[in-house]
Design a protein around this ligand. Structure first.
Ligand code: NAI
Length: 302
């Protein structure tokens, strides 16, 4: 029964704080607000949180216009969302979900700061794609309170959420986040903190072999993408998927998994990806990646 399935889910009255108002943070904030939680969004880039809140409200209106959400539900979710000006405003949060830059030291520093601000019962969650949850938690006075809660892009549409336990994570908190994700309409899975967790580990060769084929001149991106989509049955080919994720993020994940496995050649990052990152051609969000997304571009979007 659904009641027993979500018996450990956080009550909807629990304030949720989302830190990092980029692609993932905005999506996660939308999911939590639509589920019924009061949500505060914080970013250290001036104006970013306000901009993200406006963007989410526009998304909610669009969903209501399309009939996918009632106008009342869209309005209520919009009202539950707000931008925070500083971390001091997150003191009442029962759950903090961090979705900032993929960097261990920066994430550790943020959680250390939060430890001094949030109540003892507040659960800390990280949306990291590839950094060890064990290592992020180790920077805390109470590492047991931190669990990975790894959403996929775009968070409002993708069902899967990996609930990642570090070595010190308290199992009961992982169960609470599992049930909470389920109550939010997601499909959670438990995973241990190993490099890349489940999806990013299994997906590494998908990108790596696509990149090797491209480098060997076997076929172009559009052909490889079409083959994987049409013959392979994947929803997206490797290049269009990397463009959607963002090469900055994807390259960071690749390097992180490669280093975590002591530079095992199976996970070796590609020079093509390095070039794209160096050029700032980081995918859809920059208008250019493997494909050109700028208005009037000669090469159509995939
Ligand atoms: P993004 O670059 O779109 O957004 C990151 C946001 O965090 C930016 O707005 C930035 O200003 C803010 N930020 C950076 N440092 C901060 C700090 N110390 N305090 C407050 N805000 C800070 O990145 P994206 O794609 O949203 O990724 C965020 C996290 O989610 C990363 O850990 C990434 O690995 C993970 N992730 C990314 C996925 C993707 O497909 N892009 C999928 C799943 C997880």
């Amino acid at each position: 029964m659904s009641m027993s399935m979500s018996k450990q889910a956080l009550p909807l009255s629990t304030p949720v704080a989302v830190i990092g108002a980029g692609a993932m943070g905005a999506g996660i904030a939308q999911v939590a607000a639509q589920a019924g939680h009061p949500v505060r969004l914080l970013d250290n880039r001036a104006g970013a949180a306000e901009q993200a809140v406006a963007g989410i409200r526009a998304q909610l209106t669009k969903l209501a216009d399309k009939g996918k959400l009632s106008p009342e539900a869209a309005q209520a979710a919009a009202e539950r969302l707000s931008a925070a000006a500083s971390s001091a405003e997150l003191a009442d949060a029962g759950l903090v979900i961090e979705a900032i830059v993929e960097n261990l030291e920066v994430k550790r520093a943020l959680f250390r700061e939060l430890e001094a601000i949030c109540g003892a019962d507040c659960i800390f969650a990280t949306n990291t794609s590839s950094i060890s949850v064990t290592a992020i938690a180790a920077g805390l006075q109470r590492p047991e309170r931190l669990v990975g809660m790894h959403f996929f892009n775009p968070a409002p549409l993708m069902a899967l959420v990996e609930i990642v336990s570090g070595l010190a994570s308290e199992r009961q908190l992982a169960d609470t986040l599992f049930d909470t994700a389920a109550a939010w309409g997601k499909t959670p899975v438990h995973a241990k903190s190993t490099p890349g967790f489940i999806v990013n580990r299994v997906a590494r060769p998908y990108y790596a072999e696509g990149l090797r084929l491209l480098q060997e001149g076997a076929a172009d991106c559009a052909t490889i993408d079409a083959v994987m989509r049409e013959a392979g049955g994947f929803r997206m080919g490797p290049f269009e998927l990397m463009d959607m994720i963002g090469h900055d993020v994807n390259f960071a994940v690749t390097k992180s998994v490669w280093n975590a496995f002591y530079q095992d050649p199976r996970f070796q990052p590609s020079l093509i990806q390095q070039e794209l990152v160096d050029a700032g051609f980081i995918g859809r969000k920059s208008g250019r990646g493997f494909y050109d997304y700028r208005a009037g571009a000669e090469r159509a979007q995939p």
